[in-house]
Design a protein around this ligand. Structure first.
Ligand code: ATP
Length: 321
């Protein structure tokens, strides 16, 4: 995170509820996105991500709660906010009959931010397709053209709904590199994605939604620490010696016999302390721990814990209905 990220948030979502008629799609969601940072909005299908992104852009009004973007209410000041925001939604607004360059020239005429088609085409690797009709682009190329329009004029806020879905690995890297450059220059990015590894390595803060509610929220490191980390190793030790270690740990230990000794797996919410205890224990018994690895939970593991809890809750609701 760069220094600019310590500024007050550019996007602030405060106890927001959204509904479609009687159906409540978003319940009491709060989070903030700082300048110069990336916030990932995650959740299972239908969790309410797109609804929230649309509400943040002023396309719909929250049923309750308050949203603030650059100090404005998006539902009332949509045009002011749009002038400073780049957007990439799941459904693109491309015109099939135009050429790629023509589409961007049209965009140039409509946009308040200054930029030029050649620059953004170069950024998204579509320069060689500039004279082709939009209808002739592949799915991934259309997404890249959408992305070119979102980053037109280096917006202060970038709202991206699954920007890398359907892109090949090289194009996904291009999208992330470009997002990174914008963030380094001070832009705030709010995005949804189902690529959790990408979200984990790139976003500073995260909200995981579960059927419209916040299941996890905060700095990425805190969200990852919300479920136990793991320590694993193999050791030549008697079961009593391993039991001695188990008694000293904050976490839970599971031992099983494996080729080359006993396989030990520890699940702990005090990773650093327990790694220290493993090493002290091995030293104290003059043991060699082999293939020692320790790692915090991944975002995917946290996500699966949330999704499993959601599936259980849904099945409980069905049973009691
Ligand atoms: P996905 O990951 O599948 O894109 P999402 O998290 O973006 O899902 P939303 O599209 O925001 O989810 O939908 C949230 C809930 O609101 C879903 O249950 C969806 O069926 C419902 N919903 C979305 N749009 C409408 C609408 N126009 N009318 C009624 N219900 C809607």
């Amino acid at each position: 995170m760069n220094n600019a990220a310590s500024d007050s948030p550019v996007v602030s979502v405060d106890h927001v509820w959204c509904s479609y008629g009687d159906f409540i799609a978003v319940r009491d969601v709060s989070f903030a996105v700082a300048r110069g940072s990336i916030h990932a909005l995650l959740g299972t299908n239908g969790a309410g991500k797109t609804t929230l992104l649309e509400t943040i852009q002023g396309f719909r009004q929250p049923a309750r709660g308050h949203i603030d973007v650059f100090g404005f209410d998006p539902a009332r000041e949509r045009t002011r906010i749009a002038a400073r925001t780049g957007t990439m939604l799941q459904e693109s607004g491309l015109v099939d009959e135009m050429t790629v360059a023509g589409q961007l020239e049209l965009w140039q005429g409509l946009n308040l931010r200054e930029d030029n088609p050649d620059r953004v085409l170069e950024l998204v690797g579509l320069t060689h397709r500039r004279k082709v009709a939009v209808s002739a682009l592949s799915g991934g190329e259309r997404r890249r053209l959408d992305f070119a329009m979102a980053l037109w004029g280096d917006p202060e806020v970038l709202v991206l709904d699954e920007p890398t879905t359907g892109l090949d690995p090289q194009s996904r890297r291009m999208v992330w590199r470009t997002i990174h450059d914008l963030v380094a220059a001070g832009s705030a990015v709010l995005l949804t994605t189902h690529y959790l590894e990408e979200a984990q390595s790139l976003a500073e803060t995260v909200t995981i939604l579960d059927r419209g509610r916040v299941a996890r929220e905060g700095p990425m490191a805190d969200v990852l620490a919300s479920i136990p980390a793991t320590i694993g190793f193999t050791v030549m030790a008697a079961p009593e010696t391993v039991s001695e270690l188990a008694a000293q740990l904050a976490g839970d230990l599971d031992a099983s016999s494996a080729a080359g000794g006993t396989r030990v797996d520890i699940s702990t919410s005090r990773l650093q302390e327990d790694v220290g205890r493993v090493i002290d224990w091995a030293r104290g018994h003059d043991l060699v721990v082999d293939r020692l690895r320790s790692s915090p939970a991944s975002l995917e593991e946290v996500f699966l814990v949330v999704a499993d809890a959601d599936a259980e809750a849904a099945s409980g609701e069905r049973t009691s209905a």
